[in-house]
Design a protein around this ligand. Sequence first.
Ligand SMILES: C[S@@+](CC[C@H](N)C(=O)[O-])C[C@H]1O[C@@H](n2cnc3c(N)ncnc32)[C@H](O)[C@@H]1O
Length: 292
Amino acid sequence: MASSGNDNPSIPLSEWCEARYLGTNRGYGVVALKDIPESTTILTDNALIGIDEADTLSRRARRWIKRQYAALSDEQKQRFDALHCFISDEARIEIELKLRHIVGDEDGDGGARARARYLRNYERAHTFATNCFDVATSNTQAALFANASRFNHACWPSAEYDVRLPVGAQGDVGQAQWEAWAVRDIEAGEEITLNYSFRNKQRAERQSLLLKTWGFACTCSVCDLEGADQGAESRKFDADLRNLDSDMAEWDRISYVFRGWNNGEVNERLERLDTRIDLARDVGNQEILWKS
Ligand SMILES: C[S@@+](CC[C@H](N)C(=O)[O-])C[C@H]1O[C@@H](n2cnc3c(N)ncnc32)[C@H](O)[C@@H]1O
């Protein structure tokens, strides 16, 4: 196994990629082991923990996570514990305040062990919130996948992902399955990124939500565009991203609606997509030369 130092060994994920430590700023990230052609399935993963609760930091979610964590094997617990855990300053203050109220002495230690247990529950909930993915067909179900958790974010990513429940398992989020595929050719040695969320938002809003939810300032090629949050060009770019995204979503659905379209409608949509891609090219961002 390749290693970037004893503390942060690389983690094999699939024939296509491994999780590699990329430094204190990004932590682990997923890196291509060989050239990956567009559309290749890069990684599949099964849920370690799944919850059916929209607010992943709520009391109910914490109880759910605590129960499921307790049922994991030692090896699974270790994998969970090794994941990145982001706790915002606000949340830390809240946790601190709550810990001060734990003064019971059931363990004969002035509440020290009870406070440690309470803190661990909070940390697990934050680990879950930092790494979980929403289940595609649900507004409330979210699941954590140990390997999938190692992908870093980019606003214009090189891979897309999907989280599904197998047929017949709709009520059991613990059975969720995760899959990611390349949306463009990816070169050996390149970091593979996913878009965590907030795809349809303007740069400033994306940045602030990423900072609040995951604790980092995004420096991806889209966010790094010179003056990307001001000026006509950037507005055109942001609008283009939004429109391109909704067009892509429409194309995702094409297999279901295709039979209802005549050639004219299909051509019209293709032309719209072309225009968007041209607009995006105008802004000069190499990343969005999406293969059409
Ligand atoms: C789901 S984890 C991704 C894997 C993580 N880097 C690790 O070491 O396990 C999310 C965390 O990764 C980091 N991260 C993700 N995308 C990043 C980016 N574009 N730049 C810097 N840090 C990023 C942030 O600390 C974030 O809270």
